[in-house]
Ligand binder design. Structure first.
Ligand code: INS
Length: 497
């Protein structure tokens, strides 16, 4: 429990995160285990996000005979449709989840995601035609989109400031573990693809049950005027029933809560765009989500087996597992670092390292013959092939240590309560839009421009991201969510140290 315990209060690294004001909220007392339960139970959605987006890659190898009819055999186009249907559904889910979360509460929306995961998983397992399968993938996708927004939001609204970063990173860690598990299950179950896809229903059912034991977030409870319920939740989170502490916490949170009835959507959208601080939060959250996808990481996640087969590896699926494994491993590293060295520093290092890894990968591809036409390992020169693998591992490790997690954290902590739902919705939708674009264009780019240009292009995106982040991404580590609003109120709040 040490990682979530008290040591950080005296951690010199943590206090060097920034020279910004230190959080005024008291630290949790001996609530380590409770925070773990909270995070792991909410993190199951991350597991499902990862599992449902990655399990299709192994299922695709085997599902064609079961979904084909003599008149309609499964085509490559059908396979692309089946793969991208999830991202399409997620785009829609991400857009509406924020608004629903403001109306019905965070917990209710987690249950909605669970229902979608369960229905979608079973639907896919029983699919007998491509159309039915695509419908199942869209249902699961909506669940993934809803879950990808609501879980970091739920965790960050419940967590104390000093632990918020690491707790949200755990939910991203769950995504990466879900992706790894999906590859493993796919490898183990092989052609029993219906089981591979149907299994996604199980963790969702467990989460739906566990969420009955979890509280609503105090911020949403206050938004709905439920002060005594919020006080009860806070006393669970902070492990204290001392009235003076709880009421000072409530007062602190209440400063960020809008009063009066919920305004119509259009006026919330106006507040999001017209108020300078909100607009800055929106710009940062959206460009970070854009960068996370446009850097091309998921083209490796979804197609690394294809790439490794192209450059001549005999067991491409096993090599591809390296991508998922490195991603999960280095997300653990991010977990360890985030609240110690700070978000800004981690993001800048991450983007610089990714740009380097991708450039190396691009150079490696220069030494390879035309990968689209080359089919045998004998034709592949060893050095460039090894360079590509090493470069990909380098890229993935830097990605996982920063850009893989920070956009989710940023979008759940940057928006003031009044615009949190629509703001996080817009950022989540940006993520899934670019996820869809990258997944749909990667193989075409590889075919038309070749690996060298493809990866050089992704590297340029990272460089652009570095410049943008250097200019505009402020440090928010250690600040209460209500204090972050102040950082962006009169400018970008960046301290160039
Ligand atoms: O944060 C996650 C994580 O990095 C996953 O590995 C990736 O597949 C997702 O697209 C991303 O949103």
């Amino acid at each position: 429990m040490a990682v979530l315990g008290h040591e950080d209060d005296h951690d010199p690294l943590l206090s060097s995160v920034s020279s910004s004001p230190i959080c005024t909220l008291p630290e949790p007392e001996a609530r380590g285990s409770w925070l773990w339960i909270l995070t792991l139970s909410a993190g199951i959605s991350g597991l499902l996000f990862g599992y449902d987006t990655a399990s299709i890659s192994s299922a695709l190898l085997y599902l064609a005979p079961s979904l084909s009819t003599p008149a309609n055999p499964v085509t490559t186009w059908d396979k692309s449709l089946i793969t991208s249907a999830t991202s399409f559904g997620a785009l829609f889910g991400g857009l509406v989840a924020g608004v629903c979360a403001d109306r019905w509460g965070r917990r209710a929306v987690i249950w909605i995601a669970d229902a979608l995961f369960i229905i979608g998983a079973l639907w896919q397992a029983w699919a007998t035609t491509v159309t039915v399968m695509v419908a199942g993938r869209i249902i699961v996708g909506v669940g993934v989109g809803v879950g990808s927004l609501i879980v970091p939001l739920y965790i960050s609204e419940l967590a104390p400031a000093s632990h918020r970063g690491r707790l949200v990173v755990i939910s991203v860690l769950c995504i990466t573990v879900g992706q790894l598990v999906a590859y493993l299950v796919g490898l183990l179950l092989g052609e029993r693809w219906r089981w591979v896809l149907g299994l996604g229903a199980l963790p969702a059912a467990i989460q739906a049950a566990v969420m009955f034991l979890m509280p609503e977030t105090p911020r949403w409870q206050l938004l709905r005027g439920r002060r005594s319920a919020a006080a009860e939740t806070l006393s669970r989170v902070y492990g204290t029933s001392e009235d003076s502490k709880i009421s000072s916490l409530l007062d602190e949170i209440e400063t960020g809560i809008p009063t009066g009835p919920a305004p119509p959507l259009l006026s919330t959208l106006k507040t999001l765009i017209q108020v300078p601080g909100n607009r800055r939060a929106l710009i940062i959250a959206c460009y970070l989500q854009f960068l996370q996808q446009a850097c091309g990481f998921n083209s490796l996640m979804y197609f690394s087996a294809t790439i490794f087969a192209m450059i001549g590896f005999h067991n491409p699926t096993a090599v591809a597992m390296v991508v998922a494994g490195t991603n999960a491993l280095f997300t653990c590293f991010a977990f360890h670092l985030i609240d110690r060295i700070g978000r800004r520093r981690m993001l800048l290092w991450s983007l610089a390292g990714m740009a380097m890894g991708l450039m190396l990968c691009s150079l490696g591809f220069l030494g390879l013959p035309d990968i689209v036409t080359t089919r045998s390992a004998e034709e592949t020169p060893l050095l460039p092939a090894v360079t590509v693998v090493v470069a990909i591992i380098l890229f993935v490790s830097f990605y996982a240590t920063g850009l893989g997690a920070i956009p989710w954290l940023c979008q759940s902590e940057f928006f003031p309560m009044a615009v949190r739902g629509v703001g996080t919705g817009a950022a989540t939708a940006t993520n899934w839009t670019w996820n869809l674009i990258v997944a749909a264009t990667f193989l075409g780019i590889l075919e038309r421009l070749g690996g060298s240009w493809a990866f050089a292009g992704y590297s340029a995106v990272c460089l652009l991201g570095w410049i943008l982040s250097w200019m505009t991404y402020p440090e928010t580590g250690g600040l209460a969510m209500e204090e972050i609003e102040g950082v962006l109120r009169d400018g970008w709040g960046v301290k160039h140290t």
